[in-house]
Design a protein. Structure first.
Length: 340
């Protein structure tokens, strides 16, 4: 099967490419490398002994993307490409809407014109906004708190309308909770640009002494210890979710827009994450409590049963595995790709 993977050089994309190659999919990655390194895919090729066709290109460059569709016949598309920094999206909303929404529209138009109607889309738990109920199910109400989140929700609305307009479309919108960790080999992992926005890469950089201490954003939330609670999921489990989704698109009769949570169903607090990482890395992670971060919610975790019922997928890795593998990647690659 020939699969176009947009944004395949990124954190989740590279781990998914690894798992897809293990299942013998033929992969064409289209990525502008705006937030990633080609080194990630080279390492995936080395680990698997298999080839990935890479095309450096932007989703906003519709002519280049058209060429890709003219040259190859795809069975399905996995669409990771997008900008994801919440804070930056507040500063630069037009950049986010253009890249994420216009980029997706370009892709969908070409898919329709070339009769490729199977899609796995990278959505996010961010489409649930401030949760009204926990755990979050696929039918929980949607809303957003920042332009990044709105770009994901707008794309979901577009996908729903598209699926309604033409029953041949099969679209799985995977709503990721908080992916962390790295491949067991320690060869591929998360390589954020500049100061990490997310908790785990920040903790990892403190562990290798690139940063002094973790800033814990508030300890007065209505949660088990006052710090924010999230559903952290191993990136390899998340990657496997895409392989299961591709199989479902091929084997199931279900058509239309199919939203599916990818989470574990467990919530851990910031302080629990720091403790777990200390244990896995046998380091001390100094931290200080600071002000809440604007736009943060207290608590968020998934009801993952739909993924199990439909796809047969369930997260396999524990919190210990996630921290162990994140640490293994960080200590082998303290400053990320290309700088080993
Ligand atoms: P990432 O930044 O590592 O990967 C995204 C990839 O897309 C990068 O390789 C980047 O170069 C590429 N890209 C961005 N804009 C592009 C464009 N216009 N044309 C071509 N390539 C482009 O991010 P990730 O963590 O791997 O996330 C993948 C997807 O999952 C994103 O859509 C993100 O919004 C979504 N998501 C991520 C998280 C998370 O916490 N990591 C959570 C929920 C959803
Ligand atoms: N946190 C800190 N200090 C930090 C970073 C984070 O205390 O330096 C706290 C946050 O306040 C939150 C928790 O750690 O309570 C997790 O924060 P992250 O930034 O790692 O993750 P978020 O849940 O805020 O957001 C992430 C992605 C979003 C995505 C969302 C749901 O960044 O893009 O998960 O999938 F939408």
């Amino acid at each position: 099967m020939n699969i176009l993977v947009t944004g395949g050089a990124g954190y989740i994309g590279s781990h998914t490419c690894f798992e897809m190659l293990q299942e013998n999919y033929n992969i064409i990655v289209y990525d502008n490398l705006s937030n990633s390194s080609l080194e990630a895919l080279k390492r995936v090729e080395k680990l698997t002994g298999k080839k990935i066709e890479f095309i450096e290109g932007d989703l906003l460059d519709i002519e280049k993307l058209e060429e890709v569709f003219q040259n190859e016949k795809f069975d399905a598309v996995i669409h990771f490409a997008g900008l994801k920094a919440v804070g930056e999206s507040v500063q630069k909303p037009l950049k986010y809407y253009d890249n994420n929404v216009t980029g997706t529209l370009n892709l969908l138009k070409l898919m329709q014109n070339h009769n490729v109607k199977e899609l796995v889309f990278s959505s996010s738990a961010t489409v649930y906004g401030v949760p009204k109920e926990l755990p979050l199910t696929e039918s929980s109400p949607r809303s957003t708190t920042n332009p990044y989140g709105t770009s994901k929700l707008v794309i979901e609305y577009i996908l729903e309308d598209l699926a309604k307009s033409d029953p041949e479309w099969k679209i799985i919108s995977l709503r990721y909770f908080n992916p962390i960790g790295a491949h067991k080999s320690g060869e591929i992992g998360e390589d954020p640009n500049g100061i990490p926005n997310n908790l785990l890469p920040y903790i990892s950089q403190v562990a290798v002494k690139l940063r002094k201490n973790v800033n814990v954003f508030g300890n007065d939330y209505d949660t088990k210890d006052g710090t924010g609670v999230r559903d952290y999921i191993h990136v390899v489990d998340l990657a496997m979710g895409h392989v299961f989704a591709l199989k479902y698109l091929k084997d199931s009769q279900e058509q239309g827009f199919i939203p599916i949570n990818l989470g574990t169903g467990n919530g851990y607090s910031v302080l629990e994450m720091i403790k777990a990482f200390e244990k896995a890395s046998k380091t001390i992670i100094p931290y200080q409590i600071v002000e809440r971060r604007d736009g943060d919610i207290a608590e968020c975790y998934a009801d993952p049963i739909c993924a199990y019922n439909k796809l047969g997928w369930k997260a396999q890795n524990s919190l210990e595995d996630m921290c162990q593998d994140a640490w293994n990647w960080q200590k082998n690659n303290p400053t990320g790709y290309n700088k080993k």
